[in-house]
Design a binder for this molecule. Structure first.
Ligand code: BTN
Length: 260
């Protein structure tokens, strides 16, 4: 792996500063620290290997050397709107899904709110974290992890949902840095469209398990079962419950599992 190849692939993107680490704990932590020190909008951290990669709901994220993409993009929205925060991780998932479609002719789906699936297996996870000063939103760190080569797929006993990688789906070697550049280009395009129906439509079109029975579980262990109908204009998940009523669930600490 050459550092030059990474910087070369990113040279046409409007990124003010890029930091590459052969090894780090978590790029999200690095990016939060950098944001606190004043990193500009679209500052980027990329790592080859994370030793303490983190996922949603306090889980860890596997990033062995030489096989995955792990990066965190710092966003400083011109008009910080805290109510849009839940839409940033879907922005990451949608961008990855679109690139997998357009560049590799794959058919990814998004497991609400923000896991990208290929052939019903997870290929990418997104963790958006925010930096506050008092009650003022300072920055959003959009952390994206993509399993690219087979070595990046965690062992089955370490995952709650089956995992896969891009190369297994494509059937050949994939250039990680090319994939990174395409995802970043897509995030930069769609970040300004978060409040538009186009964004929600694009997300909804790729929603996994539509029409299927699913179970949602909150951190307290409470579960909700119903038929997945789609998302509403706020990105909340719509379920048809057993009694026929419709209930919506906000993007938060919910775990979604298909029941079939
Ligand atoms: C999840 O599916 O639970 C989210 C996983 C997010 C992983 C990425 S890898 C880059 C960035 N750094 C981290 O520590 N986490 C995110």
């Amino acid at each position: 792996m050459s550092e030059r190849a990474i910087f070369d692939s990113l040279k046409d993107l409007p990124l003010p500063e890029v930091r590459f680490y052969p090894e780090t704990g978590s790029t999200n932590q690095d990016a939060l620290d950098w944001a606190a020190q004043g990193a500009p909008d679209l500052a980027l951290i990329v790592a080859d290997h994370q030793t303490a990669g983190r996922g949603r709901l306090g889980r860890s994220w596997f990033t062995p050397p030489g096989a995955a993409l792990a990066f965190s993009l710092i966003l400083r929205p011109a008009l910080p709107q805290p109510d849009l925060l839940p839409l940033y991780s879907p922005l990451g998932a949608l961008s990855v899904a679109m690139v997998l479609e357009q560049i590799y002719a794959l058919q990814p789906l998004i497991k609400w709110p923000n896991d990208v699936l290929l052939n019903q297996r997870k290929v990418c996870g997104v963790l958006a974290e925010s930096l506050w000063q008092g009650n003022v939103l300072q920055a959003i760190v959009l952390g994206i992890g993509i399993n690219v080569a087979p070595a990046s797929v965690p062992p089955p006993d370490q995952v709650l949902f089956p995992a896969t990688c891009v190369e297994d789906a494509v059937g050949k070697t994939v250039n990680r840095w090319h994939l990174l550049a395409e995802v970043l280009k897509t995030v930069i395009h769609w970040r300004d469209l978060l409040t538009t129906p186009t964004f929600l439509t694009a997300w909804q079109q790729r929603l996994a398990f539509k029409g299927d029975k699913v179970r949602l579980e909150n951190p307290g262990g409470e579960t909700f079962e119903g038929i997945l109908l789609g998302i509403n204009p706020f990105g909340h998940l719509r379920l048809k419950m057993n009694d026929g009523s419709e209930q919506t669930f906000t993007v938060g600490d919910l775990k979604l599992r298909p029941l079939s």
